[in-house]
Write a protein that binds this ligand. Structure first.
Ligand code: KIV
Length: 275
């Protein structure tokens, strides 16, 4: 079947309006994470719709166990360098743990700071009902907000594990209710992480705004993956929702070994590679 590219085909710059039109027309939305300038350029050249500077940078760039240690300043730095590589895609900065939970004023100030200093197009924050007031204020002052429900990694110490959320009816109902609340508060889209496909479908059908799934099944309006995961850079991480499009860890290690051996055997540089 040909790839459906109706709305996104001629778009010069992806906006929240474009994403809404994509949902309304049934065109799937794509998002991947990014933390650096070069990868951002490649993602934009490939015509991805959204680039998320996720706080997964704590895991995949900084080597931490959780996303909790990422600071607002680090998020500002990474979003700024990603922004430089992007012309078309929407760039979204993930609000870091404790940058929006203390109180609404603090959250608004921090989100404003991120928008001002990075030039991002939108911000993302985790949580349901309890962030609705903040979302409403942000949207009122012109800051587009993407929600994030289901497995919310900033709450890992509350959950105790990275297992699928929303399996039990009470939690599934809560996720569903929170999604409706976030939509009403003004979110332009919601990430649904690691929930049953059936729940992903129910939420996606109930909402007017797009849902972007990661481990949330095929019925979401779009999909997101952590880029180093889908490039096969993290060999030991093999959850079923990650499709690996490359074996980059292996390819990088092979290239490094070949370089080392070429230098040691005096095969690099050659005359042609010298001045
Ligand atoms: O931080 C991140 O990369 C994310 C995605 C998994 C959605 O929040």
């Amino acid at each position: 079947m040909p790839v459906k590219r109706l709305i996104s085909k001629d778009v010069q710059h992806v906006t929240t309006k474009v994403l809404q039109l994509m949902k309304d027309s049934g065109e799937k939305i794509t998002m991947l994470t990014c933390y650096d300038y070069l990868t951002a350029k490649f993602l934009d050249a490939a015509k991805i719709e959204m680039i998320l500077v996720g706080d997964s940078l704590g895991n995949v760039v900084q080597g931490n166990e959780t996303t909790l240690p990422v600071t607002l300043e680090e998020m500002i730095y990474h979003t700024s360098i990603v922004r430089k590589g992007v012309e078309r895609a929407m760039v979204i900065a993930d609000m870091t743990f404790m940058s929006y939970q203390v109180g609404e004023d603090d959250a608004v100030r921090n989100c404003g700071k991120v928008m001002k200093l990075t030039g991002c197009d939108a911000i993302k924050m985790e949580g349901g009902d309890y962030i609705a007031g903040t979302v409403k204020r942000l949207v009122e002052i012109g800051i587009p907000v993407m929600g994030h429900l289901g497995l919310t990694p900033q709450s890992i110490n509350k959950f105790g594990s990275y297992k699928t959320r929303g399996i039990e009816k009470s939690e599934a109902d809560q996720i569903y209710k929170d999604a409706l609340i976030l939509e009403k508060a003004g979110c332009f889209a919601i990430v649904l992480e690691k929930i049953p496909a059936k729940l992903g479908k129910k939420v996606s059908e109930a909402l007017k705004i797009p849902t972007i799934g990661i481990g949330a099944g095929q019925y979401c309006d779009g999909q997101v993956l952590v880029t180093p995961d889908m490039l096969g850079m993290i060999e030991e991480f093999k959850p079923r929702f990650v499709r690996k499009y490359m074996t980059l860890a292996q390819d990088m290690k092979d290239a490094f070994r070949r370089y080392i051996s070429d230098v040691k055997e005096n095969k690099f540089p050659t005359k042609e590679e010298s001045y």
